[in-house]
Every structure is written in structure tokens, then in C-alpha cells.
Design a protein around this ligand. Structure first.
Ligand SMILES: [Zn+2]
Length: 231
């Protein structure tokens, strides 16, 4: 698997470690007595916060394949974190990758707080108490700060946070070369639906397109051959 997902997972771990080390302004009443808090990268999709009672350790695991999955428009919709952004209007419903990844950190961090504070009940994890914590992480501006940190770190490491879409079968390069420039209004088809948006970056073979819907906006990386000018 590309190193990219490993690098992004490491960025999420670093940000989580910083959160853990901060004095917890938002949750002053939580005692972290003799308990170690840490984060790690998992090799699969599983992403979770686990309490090892014997070792007195809470560990947040970010699965590398979870990150890969969030780059796929087909797969991302199956994640609870994606649905939470829409249902609870976090980031005003923006499900672009920086928001998705920042919300993933918040989701796990909220589990950590939930477990540390003893509000965790077996069989009832995503309960109203949990969502109070999660809402507070967003309302306080912490989620936004995490998003900005992720964007800054990814830019520093040249990692593009843009959803992948696979071209449908493009048989031959028979099309006449089409030139696009930034700010062009264009459209493309994906899953029987036509999306239109604005070109924000022109690469050699692909375009980065910003698509704006009623409640959210997202960025797409689309092969030029699949894009047409919309008039
Ligand atoms: Zn959860």
C-alpha cells in the first residue's frame, strides 16, 4: 500500500498525541491517574479506542486502510464518521477529506474522554452522553483546529487530501486534447449522476474540481478525459 496512507495515519497520531499532552481545557474534571494514553497505526481498517486495564493504558488506533477507504467516494459513505458530519451538521456538513479526517480524530478522542470519565456503558457506546462530548469538541473550535493542523501537516509533506475517483474504462486516447484552466466550470459523470463544479487545479492528466452541493462541498480528482465543459 502506498506510503501516503501511512503518512496520514502518522499525522493523525501526532495530532492525537498533542491533544493528549495538552492540559485539557475543555474537560478539566477528568483525572488521568497513572494511566498512559497513546495512539498507534493499525494495519487494517479498524479504528478504535481501547482500554487495557492491566497495563493501565488507553490506546487510540488509526487503521491505515481506514484512511485509504476515506479517499474512496464509494466507501466513505459507509463510515459512521461520515454520517455524523451530515446528521449533526459538523463543519456545516462539509465531508471533504480534511473534515473527515479531523472528525475521525474527534470521534476517537470523544471515546477516550467517554471512557476516562466512566460514561462508557457496555452495549451503549454511541449514546447521548457520547454525542454531548463530540458536540462539545466541535462547538469549542477544537475540531476546526485539528482540521487546520491536518491540512498544514499534509501540505508540508506534499500529501494531497483529495478523493480518488477511478476512470471508467477509457479505451483510446482518441479525444482531441481538451484544455482546461483554473476557474472553468466543468462537469463529469460518476455513478449515473452528473456533477458540476469549478476547476481549482490543472494537473498533467487530471483536474482537481470543487463540487458544491446544497449542504456541502467536496474536492474530486478526475481524469481530464472524463471531464467536459459545462455551459
Ligand atoms: Zn465510535
Amino acid at each position: 500500500m502506498s506510503d501516503k496512507y501511512q503518512q496520514i495515519a502518522q499525522i493523525l497520531c501526532n495530532i492525537t498525541n498533542q491533544l493528549i499532552q495538552q492540559d485539557w481545557t475543555y474537560f478539566k474534571n477528568i483525572q488521568v491517574n497513572n494511566t498512559r494514553l497513546k495512539s498507534r497505526i493499525g494495519s487494517g481498517k479498524a479504528t478504535y479506542c481501547k482500554h487495557d486495564i492491566k497495563a493501565k493504558t488507553f490506546t487510540i488506533t488509526y487503521g491505515k486502510k481506514m484512511i485509504k477507504s476515506k479517499f474512496s467516494p464509494d466507501e466513505v459513505v459507509h463510515w459512521l464518521s461520515y454520517r455524523e458530519i451530515i446528521r449533526r451538521n459538523y463543519f456545516t456538513g462539509d465531508t471533504s477529506l480534511p473534515c473527515l479526517l479531523a472528525h475521525t480524530v474527534c470521534h476517537e478522542f470523544a471515546h477516550l474522554i467517554q471512557q476516562l470519565s466512566g460514561w462508557h456503558k457496555r452495549g451503549s457506546i454511541h449514546n447521548s452522553g457520547y454525542y454531548q462530548i463530540l458536540d462539545q469538541l466541535h462547538k469549542s473550535g477544537l475540531a476546526e483546529t485539528i482540521k487546520n493542523d491536518i491540512v498544514r501537516e499534509c501540505e508540508a509533506q506534499n500529501l494531497e487530501l483529495i478523493a480518488n475517483i477511478q476512470p471508467a474504462i477509457v479505451t483510446k486516447k482518441t479525444q482531441i486534447e481538451v484544455f482546461f484552466s483554473v476557474n472553468d466550470t466543468v462537469c463529469f459523470d460518476y455513478k449515473n449522476k452528473t456533477h458540476s463544479g469549478t476547476v481549482i487545479k490543472v494537473n498533467r492528466k487530471t483536474l482537481i474540481i470543487r463540487v458544491k452541493n446544497l449542504f456541502r462541498h467536496s474536492r474530486w480528482k478526475v481524469p481530464k478525459l472524463l471531464v467536459r465543459n459545462s455551459s
